[in-house]
Design a protein around this ligand. Structure first.
Ligand code: GAR
Length: 202
């Protein structure tokens, strides 16, 4: 059984989608912990209700990013994960933290990277007037919202779209793409070569 730790900061709907897929599809994997950097992350309650151990490392209690990351890393490592999944984890991570999990930490970002890194991606897309927007699942590297891309899904931007309507439509795609990508990892189907990820889906 592969061991997965999921990090959240809020609602945790992607985490829920992964937990559900693992259960329904009977992955050879276990979600061994859900860890949040905020006490009030709504997703913690769901994880507990599913019998998944939870931990909170309150980021705002730490004087520096490095101090927080060190405790977060120790907390994650106490669960001996094969994979760390960032699911709406709203913290920039230090290079040494990311390097500790090289090729075994992934993230979902609500844009078609490399466009629109950082926050407010739907506003960025609307301001840029793009006709396609989307989501990206990628391995995490020290550079924010970069790293080998595992999967992307595009959606058409409609003339009537707002940040909220785009977010809603993209979230549906996130809940399909993220569990699928995690499953590919668990099944050993992802081969990373430089910046490219080959998915062996046969
Ligand atoms: C998701 O839309 C995810 O793509 C985004 O936050 C949301 C979290 O929702 N992540 C980022 O913006 C990371 N930079 P969730 O807590 O319901 O999964």
């Amino acid at each position: 059984m592969k061991r997965i730790v999921i990090l959240i900061s809020g609602r945790g709907s992607n985490m829920q989608a992964i937990v559900q897929a693992a259960k329904i599809e009977q992955w050879p994997a276990e979600i061994v912990a859900v860890i949040s950097n905020r006490n009030d992350a709504a997703g913690l309650e769901y994880a507990s209700s599913m019998g998944i151990p939870t931990s909170v490392v309150v980021s705002k209690n730490f004087p520096t990013r490095e101090a927080f990351d060190a405790v977060l890393q120790a907390t994650i490592d106490s669960y001996s994960p094969d994979l760390v999944v960032l699911a709406g984890f709203m913290r920039i991570l230090s290079a040494s933290f990311v390097q500790h999990y090289t090729n075994r930490i992934m993230n979902i970002h609500p844009s078609l990277l490399p466009s629109f890194v950082g926050m407010a991606t739907h506003k960025q897309a609307l301001d840029a007037g793009v006709k396609l927007h989307g989501i990206t699942v990628h391995f995490v590297t020290p550079e924010l919202d970069h790293g080998p891309i595992i999967d992307q899904v595009a959606v058409k931007v409609l003339a009537t779209d707002t940040e909220e309507s785009l977010a809603q439509r993209l979230l549906i795609q996130e809940h399909i793409a993220y569990p699928r990508a995690v499953r590919w990892f668990i099944e050993g189907k992802l081969k990373i070569e430089g910046n490219r990820v080959d998915v062996d889906t046969d």
